[in-house]
Design a protein around this ligand. Sequence first.
Ligand SMILES: NC(=O)c1ccc[n+]([C@@H]2O[C@H](COP(=O)([O-])OP(=O)(O)OC[C@H]3O[C@@H](n4cnc5c(N)ncnc54)[C@H](O)[C@@H]3O)[C@@H](O)[C@H]2O)c1
Length: 271
Amino acid sequence: MTDLRRFNGQVALVTGSANGIGKAIAQRFAEEGAKVVVADLNLADAEKTVSEIVKAGGQAIAVGCDVKSSAAIEAMIKTVIESYGKVDILVNNAGDVTISKHFFETDEAWWDHFLDTNLKSQYLISRLVAPLMAKSGKGCIINMSSGGATRSHRGMVAYDASKGGVEAFTRALALELGPYGIRVNALVPGLIATRPEHLADGAGARRDATIPIGRGGTPQDLAGPAAFLASEDAAYVTGSCLVVDGAVLVQQRSPQIETFPVSQFPSVDSL
Ligand SMILES: NC(=O)c1ccc[n+]([C@@H]2O[C@H](COP(=O)([O-])OP(=O)(O)OC[C@H]3O[C@@H](n4cnc5c(N)ncnc54)[C@H](O)[C@@H]3O)[C@@H](O)[C@H]2O)c1
């Protein structure tokens, strides 16, 4: 829980915010005074998230939306404008990580699913929201990327390609929207546990051992960075991809082949 209320009077639209990282970001914006739109494919979970936000003293509405559909996006934005009249902060978070397949076993529908869900949706939603922001002279767009944009996952050729596109899209959009007072940035999460299976049967401990900072991430680890990017403290930050990953991306050797393991580091007592 934060004491800051940096977003009083603002409206934040967070896609894919019924669960996981998007939910933590939506909750954080609500705690800081924003009216939040919880837009998600899963309307039942979106409504639960809204109940939690309202119970905690915040304001939010749930909107069902499949971000793969331009018609559904148009309907969602219409509802947002009818309900709250504007969008100050857009977080293009909705994404699918779930279907891993070897390249040889994939098909066009698989490729289109990831590119449409993770990348094209960000274009379609920004295309409708940015003109509204431009008319008010300011706005902030945050696109959810992944470490997969830079270092690849096995079985996720289309996912990683979509996230590489997210980072290029973010930089390009920042150039075109800067003159209208709109900042565009990306968040680059590392290994964030959003489901119980991520931590089951010792998976959490095995994962923690591979992360330089010593632990895997939680959805809440992305909430503060998202709020920073949307805040006036980030007034000069645009076109950037903020990595939030406990130093996973900058690690050259995997821990299994590390020649200078943490166990050989000096103890604090010896300093
Ligand atoms: N969890 C991680 O380790 C991790 C790492 C890097 C990047 N990311 C990115 O963060 C974002 C959120 O991931 P998460 O781990 O919180 O996922 P999650 O599966 O926990 O939650 C994703 C939410 O998005 C919704 N969603 C999925 N497809 C949708 C669609 N077509 N339309 C609308 N809503 C849809 C789901 O219903 C769900 O509520 C994604 O863009 C993902 O690629 C996650």
